[in-house]
Design a protein around this ligand. Structure first.
Ligand SMILES: [Zn+2]
Ligand SMILES: [Zn+2]
Length: 349
């Protein structure tokens, strides 16, 4: 098997460092991609540090991958050598359960195979995008329609983009709908851009007054500083849908109170600790719903990428070298990035 350069964590407390891994030769259905850019997702950090208690070591994170096809198997029809291609959070699933049959592979009954950290319950470890190349079955590889000059900003669409797009579509963000986005980080800034492009009236909620101008620049019609009770009161009962991207435990009731009758708040931030329990009366009295959503299916991810290419939408990024990843993790923990780090993979090896 070909040996390639990667960056890995060897245990929960070790910083990431250079590491050599093997990738399989492309089989008939496989696409081999030389990785150009890889976004840095909060899940990468959670996994590298075993914060979800399921990490297989060595751990090579990275699931916001864009690159160029360098080889294809004999049965591959979707891609040819030289094409731009993307890989997100999944590289496989069972393919026949009801969720897979409906193109919702992220909810596969057997659990999808993650791009890194493998099948959660047993099975081989998979290695992600902090590496020179990856080999993935063509049905899990995405087409990229953006111009080459935008590729760094395309990488985060593969996780942050689809994680916000899928619930926005599911709960019909669009013209005539008032949509709240909670949190302005990697996920939230994509939520604002996408909800705005879909035609919704977007209300951004942030704890940082210094992000107000940025919120408007990204497409928010209103920006609310959520620590100000008076500003929050003015939004009470006004929103059709709230996409809550904040992973840190916080008072969900403060946001449930902003929903109209029959409104839904959906959580997409993956917490390391639990939120305080929601108030059942806040739900009962206006028939409100509290939901969750996990990334999105492959078909839906392609739709999101095509929509973003059409509308010129990319993530706001700061590019780093591979050997800056440990510093980037520390800065990410302080929310000191606007709004996504992306690794220039030419700096590896
Ligand atoms: Zn992610
Ligand atoms: Zn399945």
């Amino acid at each position: 098997m070909p040996t390639i350069q990667a960056y890995a964590a060897q245990d929960a407390s070790a910083p990431l460092g250079a590491f050599t891994i093997e990738r399989r030769e492309p089989g008939p259905e496989d696409v081999q991609i030389r990785i150009l850019w890889c976004g840095v997702c909060h899940s990468d950090l959670h996994t590298a540090r075993n914060e979800w208690k399921n990490t297989l070591y060595p751990s090579v994170p990275g699931h916001e991958i864009v690159g160029r096809v360098s080889a294809v198997g004999s049965a591959v029809t979707k891609f040819k050598v030289g094409d731009l291609a993307g890989v997100g959070c999944m590289v496989d699933s069972c393919g026949h359960c009801p969720s897979c049959a409906e193109g919702e592979e992220q909810y596969c009954d057997s659990g999808f195979t993650g791009t890194y950290n493998g099948p959660v319950f047993g099975g081989e470890n998979t290695f992600g995008g902090y590496s020179q190349s990856i080999v993935v079955r063509q049905s899990f590889v995405l087409r990229i329609g953006h111009p080459e000059s935008q590729l760094a900003g395309v990488a985060p669409l593969l996780c942050a983009g689809i994680t916000t797009w899928s619930p926005l579509r599911q709960w019909e963000a669009g013209p005539g709908r008032k949509v709240g986005i909670v949190g302005l980080g990697g996920l939230g800034h994509m939520g604002v851009k996408l909800a705005h492009a879909l035609g919704a009236h977007v209300v951004l909620f942030t704890t940082s007054p210094d992000k107000i101008a940025d919120g408007h620049r990204l497409g928010a019609d209103e920006v609310v500083v959520s620590k100000d009770p008076e500003q929050m009161r003015r939004q009470a009962g006004r929103l059709d849908f709230i996409l809550n991207t904040v992973a840190a435990p916080h008072d969900l009731n403060a946001f449930l109170a902003l929903l109209k009758r029959d409104g839904t708040m959906t959580l997409v931030g993956a917490p390391a600790e639990r939120h305080p329990s929601p108030d059942v009366f806040a739900l009962i009295f206006k028939r409100r719903r509290l939901g969750g959503s996990l990334i999105g299916g492959i078909r839906e991810t392609q739709q999101m990428l095509d929509f973003c290419a059409q509308h010129g939408i990319v993530s706001d990024t700061e590019t780093i070298r591979m050997d800056q990843i440990n510093t980037a993790y520390e800065r990410m923990l302080r929310s000191d990035v606007r709004y996504r780090f992306v690794v220039d993979m030419a700096t590896l090896g």
